[in-house]
Design a binder for this molecule. Structure first.
Ligand code: SF4
Length: 217
């Protein structure tokens, strides 16, 4: 099985439950959701002319649309250069692809897997994979994806986004099974204030995109 990979790098997880954890990020190419504020727009389109060699992807400029098909063997060879044991499979929308194989093999190799998804597709992965669901207003997540998630991380910019949080959560039978995070979009100060007030009121958690404050990838 091969996966179309835009980026693969080691850093610190800056969002949600695993904030502060050293992690290897595998960013897959392709996303049909198209959020206005997306900071990885270069992953949206998987065009044939951008399909390059693995070496080129490893050495490319961060914001480039270039991607490469990598086998699990290729991925493991790259991962072995690094020390982190937590792997975040992100995008783009990683659940456009069947992630059962990669998550199972990575677990056998001693890695903990996490998937960051908008939830618009069925999530196919190992049972132990940690699912971070981040629902977007322009494409509602599948009910099955919401139920499978361990944490639900809502991007917040305005009051409409907060209403969407309540709308999504009102359809879940047992909200307590999920850890709820509010995350201000792009360090917006008003959104941050709204998130802090709501988290205190509802006893939810705040996610601040630590990597952006630290100015790391
Ligand atoms: S779902 Fe994620 S990758 Fe896709 S457009 Fe929205 S923020 Fe960007």
């Amino acid at each position: 099985m091969h996966y179309p990979i835009n980026e693969i790098f080691q850093s610190i997880q800056g969002e949600g439950y695993y904030t502060g954890t050293p992690a290897i990020f595998i960013r897959l190419q392709g996303c049909p959701v198209h959020c206005d504020w997306c900071d990885t727009k270069y992953t949206w389109i998987r065009a044939d002319q951008d399909n390059v060699s693995i070496k080129e992807v490893i050495n490319k400029n961060k914001f480039s649309r270039k991607w490469s098909f990598m086998s699990i063997k290729n991925i493991l060879e790259i991962l072995k250069k690094w020390t982190a044991k937590h792997v975040v499979i992100s995008g783009g929308e990683p659940c456009l692809y069947n992630l059962s194989y990669i998550t199972k093999i990575l677990e056998i190799e001693g890695y903990q897997c996490q998937i960051e998804t908008s939830g618009i597709e069925n999530i196919k992965c190992s049972l132990n994979t940690w699912i971070t669901l981040s629902p977007k207003q322009n494409k509602r997540p599948l009910y099955e994806s919401i139920i499978r998630s361990n944490e639900i991380k809502f991007p917040i910019l305005n009051k409409e986004d907060l209403l969407y949080v309540y709308d999504i959560l009102s359809n879940i039978r047992d909200e307590k099974k999920h850890i709820i995070y509010l995350q201000p979009i792009n360090q917006n100060k008003q959104a941050l204030k709204m998130c802090i007030n709501t988290c205190i009121k509802k006893n939810w958690k705040l996610s601040v995109q630590l990597h952006k404050y630290l100015r790391i990838q």
